[in-house]
Design a protein around this ligand. Structure first.
Ligand code: SF4
Ligand code: SF4
Length: 337
């Protein structure tokens, strides 16, 4: 899917915003799409690398079927090169590895394990688009929901095609989309397509949540936090949840410190001041921090209590605050949507 033929058996892939021009016999930037004799092939179709059952809060979705379980999966490959990636063995591996599992088998595993949905996650799902698409179509038929955990770099046509079967997307922003940071630490030339992707999913009716990874010293500019929060309010909605995520040392960034709780608190205050109603902050250093909970934006009552990636209590009834009856923007849990 998503390529055009060029002269000399070259092809151009437009599955993602890299728009790689790929000569015959070579792979694209993601290393998992190969030009073979002028045709572009996915090398990871039905090559399942990771499979696990997670609470949906771990993805992290806080306003979508809270308390439900998702079957989380990925192949190898990624279209970013984040130096702080926490799954580099999946995203950056040179080898195409994985077990052959048919889309219908994936859906069967989800249903048999009492999962309410399927999450395409751990690496960028766009790079295994054809596999995700075929699974998503079948999953939908079986009454399961589909969610993408994405870096937001998919091309417009890919977004439109998957949106038909996609219930929700969490767009993982890094360093509040600071241009220099994206270039230096993710090999991403421009953050604008990520904003455009958020808007496209949103306009297509996909439930959108956003995370922003705050990395000390290199990706913690509070002005960028404010810019991002204002952009979300002006272009999406004040109801779109955002979660500031604390960095932990990983991959090629082992020399950087953990993000301080105080910094996350500042980010949260800035986003709230910018007008966003549901703002969270999470660090693995302090999983019980109350910034992880949902409060009523009108009366301030605690509505959903969480500990780390688990929901502990949910007092929202019929999408309303139990106390003041304010409408809460949330897609509530129901067995099989
Ligand atoms: S999906 Fe891969 S091959 Fe296609 S444009 Fe993106 S990085 Fe290039
Ligand atoms: S986009 Fe995600 S999976 Fe890909 S390299 Fe960056 S952090 Fe890793």
């Amino acid at each position: 899917m998503f390529y055009r033929k060029l002269e000399d058996k070259k092809v151009q892939c437009y599955l993602c915003e890299r728009n790689c021009v790929i000569p015959d016999g070579k792979v694209g930037f993601c290393k998992v799409r190969k030009n073979q004799n002028g045709k572009l092939y996915s090398l990871v179709y039905e090559k399942l690398q990771s499979l696990q059952i997670d609470p949906v809060e771990k993805k992290p979705f806080f306003h979508f079927h809270p308390g439900s379980q998702v079957l989380s999966l990925s192949t190898v490959g990624c279209n970013f090169r984040c130096k702080f990636c926490c799954n580099p063995n999946i995203s950056q591996t040179e080898k195409i590895v994985g077990k052959k599992v048919l889309p219908k088998e994936v859906v069967r595993i989800a249903a048999e394990n009492n999962c309410q949905g399927i999450a395409y996650t751990y690496t960028e799902p766009t790079v295994f688009f054809e596999y995700a698409y075929d699974i998503a179509k079948l999953a939908k038929k079986e009454g399961l929901y589909n969610v993408f955990v994405t870096n937001g770099y998919a091309g417009e046509e890919a977004i439109d095609k998957i949106s038909k079967y996609l219930d929700a997307a969490v767009v993982d922003v890094k360093g509040s989309l600071d241009q220099k940071f994206l270039r230096d630490y993710c090999s991403v030339p421009d953050g604008k397509p990520i904003l455009e992707a958020m808007k496209r999913y949103f306009d297509n009716g996909v439930h959108v949540e956003i995370t922003d990874l705050i990395i000390p010293k290199i990706g913690d500019d509070l002005k960028k936090v404010e810019e991002l929060a204002r952009w979300i309010k002006d272009n999406l909605s004040e109801n779109v949840p955002i979660q500031f995520i604390g960095f932990f040392p990983s991959y090629q960034c082992l020399n950087l410190p953990y993000t301080a709780v105080e910094t996350l608190k500042k980010c949260r205050n800035i986003a709230k001041k910018a007008g966003l109603k549901y703002v969270y902050a999470y660090t693995s250093q302090d999983p019980g921090n109350p910034m992880n909970n949902t409060y009523c934006p009108k009366c301030g009552e605690l509505l959903i209590a969480r500990y780390g990636c688990s929901m502990v209590d949910n007092k929202i009834k019929d999408q309303k605050c139990f106390s003041c009856k304010e409408k809460i923007s949330i897609v509530e849990y129901s067995h099989r949507c």
